[in-house]
Design a protein. Structure first.
Length: 314
């Protein structure tokens, strides 16, 4: 496996490289992709980070030896169920989060490794000059109001001169036809104000956040609760590469890995062997055979995936 990674690193081929960009027609990407901005935007590294469920031509897969899977747990589970017979024919390697390991059947294990991210600089709220709170306003993203309060709790004792910026965007749940009625746009700001007390809060539009170029002494508090939408957030990559730190990424430490690469000055990617886990893909296969149609848009399918993937974001 390490030889495969060495070859891919030495001669990288990625769908986000300019010479391969034409292979995917972005105009045919499902509409819900844009509901996830900026989490799933393209970026480059040698191990081809991509949302594999958006690749609509199977002939593309054999052309690239390594795919770093960025899909959230529902989209990846749907992809795996649809492509289980084709994966051995492609003869490539997929890098997935360790939390997805229970989804991989034994006969496909040779095609999968796991990856994780770390940030080089340890987050230190006592030294932050600006704290940015980010979230998408739907249940699949932040989980619950209690979870939001828990993530914000470390901010209670910030020095008075720390600037607080909040960028929360009203979004629908992209994998459902109909979103239930809610008042998150009222309750989430209330939770933020309750935690922060009488501090001044600067409310940002998405464009104002993404127009920033230098994020030294900035700390991102991401309200993301799980891997529903993505397991590899472009927002984290973007924030760290501009000098900031992120609340939900571990700090780089020495550990045994197959391969490590620098994604930016401040962020690293670590590749490891697929760990041994209880296999739970059988339940999803059984569910898919009993329930025809678009599984990605089924709330019952989402529940089955949550039962199979054990994950805690903090």
């Amino acid at each position: 496996m390490s030889e495969i990674l060495k070859q891919a690193y030495a001669k990288p081929r990625a769908l986000t490289q300019s010479r391969h960009y034409h292979l995917i027609n972005r105009g045919e990407i499902p509409k819900y992709y844009w509901d996830l901005y900026p989490l799933v935007q393209d970026y480059y590294h040698e191990f081809n980070p991509f949302l594999v469920h958006l690749i609509y031509k199977d002939v593309i897969f054999p052309e690239f030896k390594v795919f770093t899977v960025r899909d959230g747990m529902y989209a990846f589970s749907d992809f795996l169920l649809r492509k289980m017979k084709e994966i051995p024919k492609w003869n490539n390697t997929f890098l997935i989060p360790e939390s997805y390991a229970p989804l991989i059947p034994e006969h496909l294990e040779t095609h999968f490794l796991t990856y994780s991210h770390s940030q080089v600089k340890a987050p230190d709220l006592s030294k932050a000059k600006t704290v940015v709170i980010f979230g998408l306003l739907n249940d699949y993203y932040f989980g619950s109001y209690e979870a939001v309060a828990k993530r914000l709790a470390p901010l209670k004792n910030l020095p008075a001169d720390v600037r607080i910026e909040v960028c929360i965007s009203q979004r629908r749940i992209p994998f459902l036809h109909e979103d239930k009625e809610h008042m998150h746009y009222i309750h989430i700001p209330e939770v933020i104000r309750k935690v922060l007390g009488n501090r001044e809060i600067h409310w940002l539009r998405m464009k104002e956040l993404m127009d920033k170029t230098v994020l030294q002494n900035h700390h991102l508090v991401d309200l993301m609760d799980n891997q529903s939408f993505t397991c590899d957030s472009f927002l984290h990559f973007w924030f760290i590469s501009r000098g900031g730190t992120v609340n939900s990424l571990p700090v780089t430490k020495k550990e045994e890995t197959l391969f490590d690469i620098d994604l930016s000055i401040g962020q690293r990617l670590h590749v490891k062997k697929l760990p041994t886990h209880e296999k739970k893909i059988g339940e999803l296969i059984f569910f898919s055979r009993l329930n025809r149609g678009n599984l990605l848009e089924s709330s019952r399918f989402h529940e089955e995936v949550r039962n199979a993937v054990t994950f805690s974001y903090l």
